[in-house]
Design a protein around this ligand. Structure first.
Ligand code: 7TS
Length: 442
């Protein structure tokens, strides 16, 4: 397998300048080309990984919750605050111009990252959650009426469920769910085909399940929805930083992701909206920045995307995200995807070989995470004991309580990987899981 950190001998990929990184952007659908990155050397870009926790080398397997940040992102933030910090879109002075330029350059960079048609299709948000709330309130309150249906899958994170419940309550629309089958959590394609019909007005779907590692065929689903006049939203929280994403190829109306899961800072996220649709939507919040002119009794709003960015935005966030996206594309998202999948498959197969374990999610073609329960051991005990060995896992319902109930469990333990994780780390993780099994068998 190609993920072994001991195999590659190629030179590490150097940290890029912005210009170099921009030119290194691979077309979204391309296969990995050229020499594989030196994954071990890439680890050197992440200062946080080089520490001990409870006296043991840190093994960070909680990447589905948030990714770590490469030095280039940390340095970019520091440089911004040391040299350029000012408010955007309002000053005429040099620092304000620099901040505005960097902020808008980040928007253009995100547009390229997603292959959006233009930067105007990119709205900065606080994260995936805020992006979905924006669509639910702005599009939802404008378009939904009693009798309409919002279609979701049973895999959805609470972020792609609770906002729709709130909007359904206000509009009289109803929610419907495409079921998943068994512990693998594969969406029932036949039921989807039946459900994807009037009175469904919107289909909001998770791209990669954070609980099970299922990868949904969202391009196919969006095509089916579009053919029936149904608006689509793709929750890309777990996909955007891990695989090539091309919103035009996906054919979705909306796509959302969080910067903090893609090597970027916390507090910054992205909503992509197809321009024709975004332009028709009313503002989500009111305030400064989003207006053309204001009178005491009425306001003329700016066009999208500024109409959706009320108040002083997170300015350093997009700038840090820009550096993060350059960094990911320098490695290559096809490469990252291949690495994460191979590592997860390796972890899955090794766990399956242990016995006394229940594994969730697909047996093959899974995203870079494994979700499991040891027989007669609570997930929180697994996480607590692994933490004593320096391994960061997550235990709980992963903000998918209805899915957990459907599976008949309260929680699972989850190890989620990124390109800086190694086969050796998985081997150590398996040793620790075996030790936990022995401990509870006593
Ligand atoms: N959608 C999915 C599929 C997610 O995995 C998450 C966060 C969100 C939405 C919300 O993202 P946020 O950045 O707005 O919070 N998932 C997780 C997780 O699996 N563990 O912690 C957060």
């Amino acid at each position: 397998m190609s993920v072994s950190p001991s195999l590659p001998t190629e030179p590490a990929v150097a940290r890029p300048s912005a210009a170099e990184a921009s030119s290194a952007v691979a077309p979204a659908a391309s296969k990995p080309a050229g020499p594989a990155p030196d994954w071990r050397r890439l680890r050197e870009d992440f200062p946080i990984l080089h520490q001990t926790v409870h006296g043991k080398p840190l093994i960070y397997f909680d990447n589905a919750a948030t990714s770590q940040k490469p030095r280039v992102v940390i340095e970019t933030l520091r440089r911004y605050y040391e040299r350029d910090n000012a408010n955007v879109h309002r000053g005429i002075h040099e620092l304000s111009n620099r901040a505005t330029q960097a902020y808008e350059a980040a928007r253009a960079r995100v547009a390229r990252f997603l292959n959006a048609r233009c930067p105007e299709e990119i709205v900065f948000t606080r994260g995936t959650t805020e992006g979905i709330n924006l669509v639910a309130h702005s599009w939802g309150l404008q378009h939904l009426k009693p009798g309409d249906v919002i279609l979701l899958t049973e895999l959805e994170h609470h972020s792609n469920l609770v906002p729709w419940q709130l909007v359904a309550e206000r509009t009289g629309a109803k929610l419907a769910f495409v079921p998943v089958t068994g512990d693998e959590g594969i969406v029932d394609a036949r039921r989807l085909e039946e459900l994807l019909a009037p009175p469904v007005k919107l289909f909001a779907m998770v791209h990669v399940s954070n609980s099970l590692g299922v990868v949904n065929p969202v391009a196919d689903w969006c095509a089916r929805a579009r053919a029936r006049g149904i608006v689509t939203l793709v929750d890309g929280a777990q996909s955007a930083g891990h695989m090539p994403v091309d919103v035009q190829a996906l054919g979705c109306d909306f796509f959302v992701f969080s910067g903090h899961k893609t090597c970027g800072p916390t507090g910054i996220g992205v909503l992509y909206g197809r321009q024709e649709l975004l332009e028709t939507l009313p503002p989500y919040q009111g305030g400064g920045e989003m207006i053309l002119s204001v009178e005491y009794h009425r306001t003329l709003f700016k066009p999208a995307p500024h109409r959706f960015e009320a108040g002083t935005p997170d300015i350093s966030g997009p700038i840090g995200l820009h550096a993060a996206l350059d960094y990911l594309d320098m490695i290559g998202r096809e490469r990252i995807w291949q690495h994460d999948q191979e590592l997860a498959q390796y972890a899955y197969d090794r766990l399956a070989a242990l016995g006394g374990i229940r594994l969730f999610g697909p047996k093959r073609n899974r995203a870079g995470l494994v979700s499991f329960l040891l027989q007669d051991v609570h997930a929180h005990d697994v996480v607590t004991l692994a933490d004593r060995e320096g391994i960061a896992l997550r235990g709980g319902h992963h903000c998918t309580q209805p899915l957990m109930r459907k599976l008949g469990v309260e929680s699972t333990a989850r190890a989620s990987f990124y390109f800086y994780n190694t086969v050796e780390e998985v081997d150590r993780f398996i040793e620790v899981i075996q030790a936990i099994q022995r401990f509870f068998a006593r």
